[in-house]
Write a protein that binds this ligand. Structure first.
Ligand SMILES: NC(=O)c1ccc[n+]([C@@H]2O[C@H](COP(=O)([O-])OP(=O)(O)OC[C@H]3O[C@@H](n4cnc5c(N)ncnc54)[C@H](OP(=O)(O)O)[C@@H]3O)[C@@H](O)[C@H]2O)c1
Length: 229
């Protein structure tokens, strides 16, 4: 069984991935940032008994990330940088909440890279190590629409980071992809979204489980289909 790190597992797709992985008997390290989510995450990991671990960090906090990474005892096989936010209310190209947008870039664009840099030394290197950066098709340059500019820009930036990281880690045999989980009925996706959190999480897990180094540098959706950058 593999060891999966889910960064951002307090609710939504991250929590559901942790729950499904625990039911499969995989080893799971799940992160939260608000202690009030502890019981919910612990319930998801309950089937694992001693092989489920909860760590705490905000992905904007580099020191907290390194402190959490120092608690890792068994090498990580699959790192999913899932934590993300939607950003400020005012985020159009003609009316931007700039402080809110900067904070969103710290969470959505640099946050996943902080997670990777903190936990990379604790990944298994010799047997198909995989890094999945949770992106969105809204970050694709090929997808139209102009609403939620800060969110789109944050995920477009994350996609560029995914490409660079994939190239930089290619010689080490570490697989890196960007992944779109679908439009999902979570706090972020809203009730009108077309995909259940169970189906999205199952799809993401299936894609991650099937990744090989030949996939590095791809932008995939939860069904394993390529998306345009
Ligand atoms: N839902 C969709 O339709 C959809 C579509 C495309 C992409 N995505 C992406 O998929 C990922 C998960 O989305 P979701 O729908 O599950 O969202 P969600 O229900 O809003 O959950 C977001 C998760 O990220 C965590 N998080 C946010 N900011 C964080 C930070 N600075 N540090 C640590 N954790 C943080 C949250 O923790 P707290 O509970 O502490 O806030 C929560 O666990 C996100 O990256 C999102 O952009 C979602």
């Amino acid at each position: 069984m593999a060891h999966w790190l889910i960064a951002g597992a307090s609710r939504g797709i991250g929590l559901e991935m942790a729950r499904q992985l625990a039911l499969r008997g995989e080893t799971v390290t799940a992160s939260l940032r608000d202690p009030s989510a502890h019981d919910r995450v612990a319930a998801a990991l309950a089937p694992l008994a001693g092989r489920g671990r909860i760590v705490a960090f905000d992905t904007r906090d580099e020191a907290a990330l390194h402190a959490a990474a120092a608690q890792i005892e068994t090498p990580i096989d699959v790192l999913i940088a899932n934590a993300g936010a939607y950003g400020p209310m005012r985020q159009s190209s003609t009316d931007m909440d700039f402080d809110g947008a900067l904070d969103l870039l710290s969470t959505n664009t640099l946050g996943p890279l902080r997670v990777v840099q903190a936990f990379l030394p604790f990944m298994r290197r010799d047997d198909n190590p995989r890094i999945v950066l949770m992106s969105s098709r809204l970050g694709s340059m090929a997808v139209g629409g102009t609403f939620n500019v800060a969110y789109r820009a944050s995920k477009a930036g994350l996609n560029r980071i995914a490409q660079c990281l994939a190239a930089d880690l290619k010689p080490d045999g570490v697989t890196v992809i960007a992944l779109h989980p679908g439009w999902v009925r979570t706090d972020m996706g809203g009730a009108a979204a077309d995909l259940s959190v169970e189906d999205s999480a199952a799809g993401v897990i299936s894609v991650c489980a099937g990744l090989t180094h030949a996939d590095t540098g791809r932008f995939l959706d939860y069904r394993g289909q390529d998306l345009p950058w």
